[in-house]
Design a protein. Structure first.
Lengths: 522, 479
């Protein structure tokens, strides 16, 4: 974050964006020279350093750019007062002496006063003069400087520019690829309010309580503090409304990882790490099982009405999703509130609770709410979790099957692909297959991956028959082409059902041929 | 719709105390209605609306500015709606022993404020004891109070006065401290930054130097605190940007106004003003003319006319884009620096110090550089924004006791801080602002028997400084 007078922006057609420093040779050169200046001024006075920096400000670069970099470098420097005598004490004695004897108006009177204080403190007059204002900011000595590369400096500068612009933000919308727990934790801690919504992905709008009454920049600082946590993801998009005080106009500000990642640098300090040993251990053991469930760490948040639930894990299998949260420290009140939230959504959620921290009230709670609570000590057990997953899977399937059976559907298409159909109505392929096998519509034949009208099947058979007749055989490639041109993907199953046989002359399908055994009648 | 008869009473749920307000007649209870505090705003939960609120779809209930607390309460009472009030979180009351005796004009101010419903602004010149009116109001009202002040110096002063005259320790929020007590003092900045957590902790707000409240950010203090009782104190009600009209809604009307002239002679010591002109040294004059020439040439070339503050702001914006504009600006700044820091001025200061050897002197300058140059040359205690807080306190205390005979300072002492019985002031440079001038004057106007205050302004001849100084006086006349 920089002082606002160092913020460089461009505004055009309702948009605003900081004048980011590209990683060009010229910018890197400025950064490099500044870093050199700082390195060379260790053990020197701050005003000497500032003098040199201001020379760099006046050699053709934008002085606000140079000064901005310098602000960042100041933060990596340590300035201390390094005289032995205490300046405050020296001043007190000098002032008191002058108060008693009268303010000196000639240099003679002045020297006399200095000398009296020096004698009193057993110091030389030069030491008194030196210590007089040695604690002033400009007189401090730089004792330490933590160097960095010029590239890092430029990138830090760009992030700081972004934050400085966001001081004037009235609200912020973002989406990110992960790190949700940390983000929402920050949102809460900063006293902000979020609203989640879908807009080609999971988006969150953030402002504060008083934003309801009028556009206010009050939450700008908090939004600026939140932003690095969002940018620490591999992928993100941030949009903000900026209330530009100089013109009293609203501008749109937008940055996205695709365009800006390079000038902001790598996400810092937040690798995909597990919050706790318990979670890490669980993930490792679960994945080793190869249960057919796909485990995902920190999945996208689930919206529950206005609220957002951020699970630790999600399990996925054929379109069925189950979430799990591992709760380390908790109170009955915490769980009760969590359950209230969960009631609002139709999502299946497991909660793993540390038994050591459990209280008796919970058993009552669990019974009354039919909660999916798994207790653990030290390790989250796999068996009850798999049991719950299986239950959830079957439950979902049963529900879907019931739904499908009651679905008043008549097919017009001659070919129905299960997968396509399943995605269209939002159930699992598995359920579609089960229901259509059990309750096949009239005039249709059930194949493992699709449903084909009998007429269609006959049509396909006729064409194949025509092609095979001359030679008594047909290459598999041609057969596939014929079947697929009729809109069916399930070639081998079609061929099997029509009584054809595939003759393999090697492992390649290109040389394989299709024949029809003579003794068999279609 | 359920109709229930309720009596007033209080109870406890979820460990939280609540009160039910209701009349003995019938009330309509639709569901449990709760009025609560949420980060500087009020939330009205339950199936009910209010004319002061706005529906907040983010939380599915009405949200109200904390400023309207009093209005919402009377609305709910008048409509005979039973509700739980979970808004305030007040520090415990303490016993106050007030030993303040108000002068006639102070009492008049206090009474006008009370008749205006314990809201409103009292306008009195600096050093006429506005603080005492505030202290008296606190002791009469006996409610949790937050006193909001612009500077750390003033915070210290109020803290001292509260201990002296109310016999309780004041809580402090700001300057690294954070304790809330029945009587708490805070800076505008801290009160603004912490509005979310402090907004429901006081019933009474006193804004010292209330003209600060009208700035866009500080006015949110008034909006985000529930306190129904409010008092503003200032010597300069009007702001040059006209924003003081906002104070009516935030604090109340001006209820009492007295001009300097009305009190001078009777309650304040009269003062005289003198301007001393000094010549730049020939070396300084040379540099000044050269640098100023660069600046003027640029303006002439581009046909720029700088007449108003707005013109100047435009010019500053231009320096961001135009290198030559920036060079011109830097040249002007160098020229001004020469004029403001002229050696002749320091020599004049030496003369004046000799002349007023037995008087307590305050020396004002705009630039910190000059403060330290004077401090170093004349061994005068300096106070700037860089002075450590303890040292600043000590300097003021020693000055009060007469151990130090002078203080040199930049702008930090500009407002309200009590520097007793200083009789002479030197102005070495200034910004030409009206308020600054009035309050610097005010600083010197101490009610000490037989004492005549004097203000001496030292101005470099034939420089733009003459114009700044003239502007100061012109504005003052127009006030």
């Amino acid at each position: 974050m920089l002082p606002s007078d160092l913020l460089l922006v461009r505004r055009r057609k309702g948009r605003i964006w900081p004048r980011y420093a590209g990683l060009s040779g010229e910018n890197l050169e400025v950064a490099k020279r500044l870093i050199q200046v700082y390195k060379h001024h260790v053990d020197k006075k701050k005003n000497v350093l500032k003098e040199t920096v201001s020379e760099l400000e006046n050699i053709g670069y934008d002085y606000r750019f140079v000064r901005g970099l310098s602000v960042l470098l100041d933060r990596r420097s340590e300035f201390t007062c390094s005289v032995e005598a205490d300046p405050v004490d020296i001043r007190r004695r000098l002032y008191k002496a002058a108060g008693k004897l009268g303010l000196p108006t000639t240099s003679k009177q002045r020297s006399r006063l200095i000398r009296s204080v020096a004698t009193e403190m057993k110091l030389s007059t030069a030491m008194v003069e030196e210590a007089f204002y040695a604690d002033l900011d400009s007189e401090l000595i730089m004792t330490e400087f933590k160097p960095l590369s010029s590239e890092e400096l430029i990138k830090d500068y760009n992030v700081s520019l972004t934050q400085t612009l966001l001081f004037s933000a009235t609200n912020l919308n973002f989406t990110a690829s992960g790190n949700w727990q940390r983000i929402f934790y920050m949102v809460k801690r900063l006293g902000l309010i979020y609203e989640a919504y879908k807009s080609g992905g999971f988006w969150v709008k953030i402002d504060g309580p008083a934003s309801l009454f009028k556009l206010t920049r009050r939450y700008g600082t908090a939004l600026a503090k939140l932003t690095p946590v969002i940018l620490a993801n591999p992928e993100w998009m941030v949009e903000a409304k900026i209330l530009w005080k100089y013109t009293n106009e609203i501008y749109n500000f937008k940055i996205e990882s695709g365009k800006h990642r390079d000038i902001f640098g790598e996400p810092k300090g937040l690798p995909v790490s597990y919050d706790s040993v318990v979670e890490e251990d669980f993930a490792a053991r679960f994945e080793a099982l190869e249960s057919g469930w796909y485990l995902k760490r920190e999945p996208e948040p689930v919206t529950a009405g206005r609220y957002v639930i951020i699970p630790d894990f999600s399990f996925e299998r054929s379109g069925v999703r189950v979430f799990m949260e591992i709760v380390g420290f908790w109170t009955a009140e915490y769980l009760r509130r969590k359950i209230e939230k969960l009631k609002k959504i139709d999502v299946s959620m497991l909660i793993a609770v540390d038994e050591n921290l459990a209280c008796k009230k919970l058993t009552k709670l669990e019974k009354s709410q039919k909660l999916n609570i798994v207790y653990y000590k030290n390790k989250v057990p796999l068996v009850p979790i798999l049991h719950h997953l299986e239950k959830a899977f079957n439950h979902v399937r049963e529900k879907q099957i019931l739904f499908l059976k009651n679905l008043p559907v008549t097919f017009k298409e001659s070919v129905v692909d299960y997968e396509e159909f399943a995605t269209r109505i939002g159930v699992s392929t598995e359920s579609v297959r089960t229901v259509l096998t059990e309750k096949t519509p009239e005039d249709y034949v059930v194949l493992p991956n699709s449903l084909v009208q009998k007429n269609k099947l006959e049509e396909i058979e006729k064409i194949l028959e025509r092609q095979i007749k001359p030679k008594g055989r047909l290459s598999l490639t041609e057969a596939i082409e014929i079947v697929e041109s009729e809109g069916v993907k399930d070639t081998s199953n079609i061929l099997r059902i029509l009584g054809y046989k595939i003759m393999w002359h090697g492992i390649s399908s290109e040389t394989a041929e299709v024949t029809k055994p003579k003794d068999k009648h279609a | 719709m359920i109709i229930i008869t309720l009596l007033s009473g209080s109870g406890e749920t979820d460990g939280k105390k609540f009160k039910v307000y209701a009349r003995k007649d019938k009330v309509r209870l639709l569901s449990i209605i709760r009025l609560g505090f949420d980060y500087g705003t009020l939330l009205l939960r339950g199936e009910i609306g209010t004319p002061y609120g706005k529906w907040d779809p983010r939380v599915d209930c009405y949200r109200i500015k904390a400023l309207h607390y009093r209005d919402v309460l009377s609305y709910l009472e008048d409509s005979k709606i039973a509700y739980r009030n979970e808004v305030s979180d007040l520090p415990p009351l303490e016993h106050l022993e007030c030993n303040v005796r108000l002068r006639s004009y102070q009492l008049e101010g206090l009474n006008r404020w009370r008749h205006a419903g314990m809201r409103g602004v009292i306008v009195l010149p600096t050093a006429t004891g506005k603080t005492y009116i505030g202290l008296k109001a606190i002791s009469l009202l006996k409610k949790q109070v937050l006193i909001v002040v612009p500077t750390l110096d003033l915070m210290d002063q109020w803290r001292r006065r509260v201990a002296e005259h109310l016999n309780v320790e004041a809580g402090i929020v700001g300057g690294g401290e954070n304790t809330v007590r029945m009587v708490t003092v805070s800076t505008y900045d801290s009160a603004y930054l912490k509005a979310e957590v402090l907004g429901n902790r006081f019933m009474f707000l006193i804004f010292d130097e209330v003209h600060h409240l009208a700035s866009p950010s500080h006015m949110q203090i008034a909006e985000m605190y529930i306190a129904p009782y409010r008092m503003g104190l200032t010597a300069t009600y009007e702001r040059s940007d006209g924003r003081h009209v906002l104070l009516q809604r935030l604090v109340g009307d001006p209820v009492y106004m007295v001009e300097v002239e009305e009190l001078a002679g009777e309650h304040l010591s009269p003062y005289t003003y003198e301007k001393k002109l000094v010549n730049l040294t020939s070396e300084e004059k040379h540099v000044y003319d050269k640098e100023m020439g660069v600046f003027r040439r640029y303006l002439r070339e581009k046909g720029i006319v700088l007449k108003s503050a707005e013109d100047f702001h435009k010019f500053i914006m231009r320096t961001g884009r135009d290198r030559r504009a920036r060079e011109a600006l830097l040249a002007r700044n160098r020229a001004l620096k020469v004029a403001l820091n002229s050696k002749s001025k320091l020599n004049m200061v030496a003369e004046l110090i000799k002349e007023y050897r037995d008087e307590k002197i305050l020396i004002f300058t705009l630039h910190n550089d000059l403060v330290y140059r004077i401090s170093s040359r004349f061994l005068v205690p300096a106070i700037t924004y860089q002075t450590p807080r303890d040292e600043r306190r000590e300097i003021l205390a020693n000055f009060r006791r007469g151990e130090y005979m002078a203080i040199v300072t930049s702008q930090v002492l500009d407002e309200g801080v009590d520097v007793p019985d200083a009789t002479i002031g030197f102005i070495l440079s200034g910004t030409g602002s009206t308020r600054e001038y009035v309050q610097r004057l005010g600083r010197l106007l101490r009610r000490v028997k037989g004492k005549k205050a004097k203000l001496v302004e030292i101005v470099s001849k034939e420089t733009v400084e003459m114009r700044i100084s003239r502007r100061r006086h012109r504005k003052r006349k127009g006030m």
